[in-house]
Design a protein around this ligand. Structure first.
Ligand code: ATP
Ligand code: MG
Length: 447
């Protein structure tokens, strides 16, 4: 049955040969966020549907069209998380974290689920790295979050992403703006899609975010929020720009960015690429000063962002960004006979305890087949232990690339590998990869 061997539409497997790239991106993001003082938070894959209806906003595309919602066996309405902010805020409120020292800085790596039309860069299960800076109202916080995204992209050696920022004001200035929008869209009411007609009264800003070509065309002529900002919001936006310039971060103001989720206030931003087609937004974020209160917590101004890992990897592959080389197998210790097989198992065990990647035969292959396998997995060194090696306490260690070999005392094998593998580590350092976690480095020299 095809259904047994075909993953559901809009989902993707990460096969072993791709996972090192994922780990590189994830590790880099976590590491940079750590430098900015963020700690990881993990939260459930599903929540009560109400959390997203409230938190994301029930006039958004996400809530109206894209959620995976079902009743569980206890007849509760449950939804697979479409994003990470609502769950994070629920967790912080539930555990009283917001009563402690502020700001709270948390980051997450998580899968998200949205029932969308699958295409390049748009999946039904996708992954985000996100971060939330909770309990800081100042534009300094906005600038710091943007600087963090920017450093993650720099560390990953990604080029060509442009930062677009906007302010969508606060509820105070938005009242006037919403009236102006309603007036404008009402004159085009007949042409709008059905969903947007429903949004006209409740939340006309959402029309600006509609993906239908007709609605987006009409939206081009709509009034822009920047003309309606109150003094406080304008000042906030100006200071953010001053701070970004001061940090040397290039940006453009794009008054059409409103972001797809209802909870945003003031600063919104996107990092956009034109190298990966229509789904070019790699990272989106913004300030959500009212969200925590809306969910029943203490009023806590906050800002966050999320980047799509699949889109990021797509961009890195399309633009030829280098990935660190995968750690290779340091040594394959082959064996001939049962006694030698036990010895080989002991040797690889000790090598692994020292931080080396070592393999021995677990299939019961002939010596010839073992060597073929060692070559296939790209072992840097190999050796074969048989009765005579056990007797002499010496083994010939072959350098698989150079074809040379050295006679090594069995109980000095670890020292031999240690000395000979250090050169590769230094090479990787020279290539500019500061994160060595993915490589086979003896723990003593990791920093
Ligand atoms: P889009 O406008 O592309 O639908 P969005 O505004 O819905 O994006 P956010 O909710 O802000 O996206 O999510 C943050 C990031 O997550 C996006 O910038 C994107 O990189 C990624 N993302 C969102 N939806 C998907 C999806 N269906 N498949 C893959 N990545 C996604
Ligand atoms: Mg979307």
């Amino acid at each position: 049955m095809a259904i047994l061997t075909k993953a559901p539409r809009g989902t993707q497997d990460v096969l072993p040969e791709q996972s090192a790239k994922w780990q590189h991106v994830e590790r880099t993001a976590l590491k940079v966020s750590e430098l900015f003082g963020f700690k990881e938070i993990r939260f459930p894959t599903f929540e009560h549907t109400e959390l997203f209806a409230r938190g994301v906003g029930d006039s958004t595309d996400v809530v109206q069209k894209e959620m995976y919602t079902f009743n569980d066996k206890g007849d509760r309405s449950i939804t697979l998380r479409p994003e990470g902010t609502a769950g994070t805020m629920r967790a912080l409120i539930e555990h009283g974290v917001l009563g402690g020292a502020l700001p709270v800085k948390v980051s997450y790596l998580t899968s998200c689920f949205r029932y969308e039309k699958p295409q390049a860069g748009r999946l039904r299960e996708f992954h985000q790295f996100g971060a939330e800076l909770v309990g800081a109202a100042s534009p300094a916080a906005d600038a710091e979050m943007i600087a963090m995204v920017s450093q993650i992209f720099d560390q990953l050696q990604i080029e060509g992403l442009s930062l677009e920022i906007n302010s969508i004001g606060c509820p105070k200035c938005r009242a006037d703006y919403n009236n102006a929008l309603r007036e404008y869209f009402r004159s085009h009411e007949e042409e709008l899609c059905e969903t947007c007609r429903g949004r006209l009264d409740r939340n006309p800003m959402r029309i600006l975010d509609c993906k239908s070509p007709v609605c987006s065309k009409i939206a081009e002529g709509a009034p822009v929020i920047l003309d309606y900002l109150c003094d406080d919001c304008r000042e906030h936006f100006e200071e953010l720009q001053e701070r970004l310039s001061d940090l040397g971060i290039e940006y453009t103001v794009n008054p059409t960015i409103v972001r797809g989720l209802d909870y945003y206030t003031r600063t919104v931003f996107e990092f956009v690429s034109n190298a990966i087609g229509a789904q070019g937004t790699v990272c989106g974020g913004g300030r959500y000063d009212g969200l925590i209160e809306l969910l029943g917590g203490p009023a806590t101004p906050s800002i966050g962002f999320a980047m799509g890992i699949e889109r990021l990897l797509l961009l890195m592959e399309k633009t030829g960004v280098p990935f660190p080389e995968e750690g290779s197998v340091d040594i394959y210790v082959g064996s001939m006979g049962r006694r030698a097989s036990l010895e080989a198992a002991n040797i690889v065990n000790s090598l692994r305890a020292e931080g080396f990647r070592a393999e021995s035969d677990v299939v019961g292959r002939s010596v010839k087949a073992q060597m073929k396998y060692a070559d296939k997995i790209g072992a840097v060194f190999s050796c074969i232990i048989g009765d005579s090696e056990l007797e002499n306490g010496k083994v010939a260690v072959k350098n698989m690339k150079q074809g040379t070999s050295d006679e090594v005392e069995l109980d000095e094998l670890i020292e031999y590998i240690y000395e000979n593998r250090l050169g590769d580590v230094c090479g990787a350092l020279e290539d500019g990869f500061s994160d060595l976690d993915g490589m086979n480095i003896p723990p003593e020299i990791k920093f």
